[in-house]
Structure formats: C-alpha cells, structure tokens
Ligand binder design. Structure first.
Ligand code: FUB
Length: 306
C-alpha cells in the first residue's frame, strides 16, 4: 500500500492529476467535499486534513480544488483559498460550499473567528472556479454574536448554498440545530432573519438540492455520522425524514456529503478514512453514483474503492 501511495504521489506531481479512482485524491488527506458543475467539468473543493498521525484534532489550513470532465480522472488545481484569505479568521479551513451567479464564483466557508468566540462563516469570490478567491466582505457573513446562541461555539459551521429555480438563494448551516437564511442576490449578505429547524438526530453538514418540484435536505445524523435525507415542497421546510443515503464510516465519525447531477447522472461526494494512514483527522474524499427510485426516494449508496 505504501508503494501504491508513493506511486500515486509521483503520478500526481508528474501529471498534475490526482487519481482515477476512490479516493479522488491519494497524495494527501482531504475532507468535506463541495462540488460545482461548470462548463462541462465537475469541480470538487476539499478541506486539507494536515494532522500528523499522532495528532488528535483537525489541522486544516486551506481548501484545495480538483476538476474532471469524466468523473474518473481528476486534475489538481492547487489551493486557491486558505483560512488566512479571511483576515478576520484565526484558523480552521473547515467545510465550505460553492455556487456560481452572474459569472462569479462564491465560496462559503467555516473558519474560526479571531475576535468573536467560536466558528464563523465567510464568503469569498472569484472570477474563476479555480480561483484565486478573495474575501467578498472583509468580515464574517455569520458569526456567533449574530445568532444569539452565544453559548454554543460550533453551531455556525458547514455552510451549504442553494439557488432555487426562481433565483432566490439560500444558505443552510449548523451543528445540532439546522439554521438557514435567505441570501440577497449579491450573494454576500443575508436577506432577513436567521431561522432554525429542530431536526431529530441532526448533527451537521446540511446540503440542499432540488429534483423536479421536490427539495432534498441531506445531512449527517447521529455520531458516528450516517448520511440521511429529508424532503419538502419548500426550501424552508418543513422537512420529512425519508431515510439513509450512506451508512456510517468504519474508522472516522464524520462523512460530509455534496450531491450533484452531471451528464445525466447523479453523484454523491463524501469522505471516509480508507487511504492508508487515514483516521478521524486524516480523511479522504470519494464519490459514488447516486440513484433515485421511481417515487423519488434515494437508494442506499454503497462505498466503492474504484
Ligand atoms: O472538517 C471539520 C468538520 O468535520 C466539518 O465541519 C464537519 O462537517 C465534519 O466533517
């Protein structure tokens, strides 16, 4: 396996390609995928798990970008965005999400705020899906003092952005409680109050996509996390629990998904810890095809190695 990993590393450096199978990236540990389909390519944004084997906490300083036109071969675009892109952030390039509006690319991300206790959400913008990205506001879009949950330091994590077919953009995020708000069309300001939904077993990693007239809210449930989903006739809920998408991982508690449609097929990105040397803080992003039943329910997705 070490030989394989070194071989992959050499291949990655020589060709700029990441990998042709799961995990998508085999020369470093990666987590918390976000995905964007743009101009015939799929772009995947991942956090970089930099913890050493004996470290017992997340070490995440940057996001990295990969793209593919065939879902098999991934091109490495390097790191166009770091937590330090946000001058008000002190550390922690945790989970983010990406969307495109009016020719610009908006990346929403979790970071740790330098002066306001707890995690916060920033938004960065670029003219290209591969960056470079710059801070779009100069301060946090969401931070702990705006939410009135000042005793909970991790509740403003895992932003997911969704633009509805009527043009209204929404931001979802949260840990333990699902939070959501409308975004203004400039994509850099909330439009109205932050709202919440108490969802039984909700842990983190909300993600919203739409299929036909149905809104799908996928999220991590329990801990160790399993990937589950609920549906609604509205992006604001209420959400009806529908079932499991992917069973929990074996040697890591988190799973964090993103769901896209590309060239007529649906895919779910997630992370596990299957790369040699992997674990709780050394994860690996992978992707699987996702299938719907005729009534719109999602079939349980098995993890594959290739
Ligand atoms: O990567 C740090 C945190 O772990 C993310 O914010 C969560 O979704 C979990 O994957």
């Amino acid at each position: 396996m070490i030989k394989y990993a070194l071989g992959a590393l050499a291949l990655g450096i020589a060709t700029g390609l990441a990998s042709a199978a799961n995990p998508i990236v085999s020369n470093m540990f990666t987590a918390d995928p976000a995905a964007l389909v743009d101009k015939g390519r799929v772009y995947v944004y991942v956090g970089h798990d930099e913890a050493k084997a004996d470290e017992k906490n997340f070490v995440m300083n940057e996001w990295r970008v990969y793209s593919s036109c065939d879902m098999k071969t991934w091109k490495d675009h390097g790191s166009p965005l770091k937590y330090s892109t946000f001058k008000w952030a002190g550390r922690d390039a945790w989970a983010g999400d990406i969307t495109k509006r009016n020719g610009k690319y908006y990346f929403y991300s979790t970071v740790d705020h330098k002066t306001i206790p707890g995690k916060a959400i920033g938004v960065a913008v670029s003219d290209s899906p591969t960056g470079p990205f710059v801070d779009a506001r100069g301060n946090a879009l969401v931070s702990n003092d705006m939410t009135k949950h000042t005793d909970i330091l991790w509740d403003d994590i895992d932003p997911a952005v969704f633009i509805d077919t009527n043009g209204q953009a929404w931001l979802y995020w949260g840990n333990t409680v699902l939070k959501y708000a409308k975004l203004k069309s400039n994509m850099t300001e909330l439009d109205g109050p932050i709202m919440t939904h108490a969802i039984d077993g909700f842990t983190e990693a909300p993600y919203v996509h739409k299929r036909g007239a149905t809104y799908y809210l996928s999220y991590s449930r329990h801990f160790p996390e399993e990937m589950v989903y609920a549906t609604s006739a509205s992006p604001a809920g209420p959400w009806t629990f529908r079932g499991v998408i992917m069973e929990k991982n074996e040697n890591v508690n988190t799973i964090h998904q993103a769901i896209i449609k590309f060239n007529g097929k649906s895919y779910v990105f997630y992370h596990n810890a299957k790369l040699p040397g992997g674990g709780e803080f050394r994860r690996s992003v992978a992707v699987e095809e996702l299938h719907y039943n005729s009534g719109g329910s999602i079939r349980v997705v098995p993890q594959t190695a290739s």
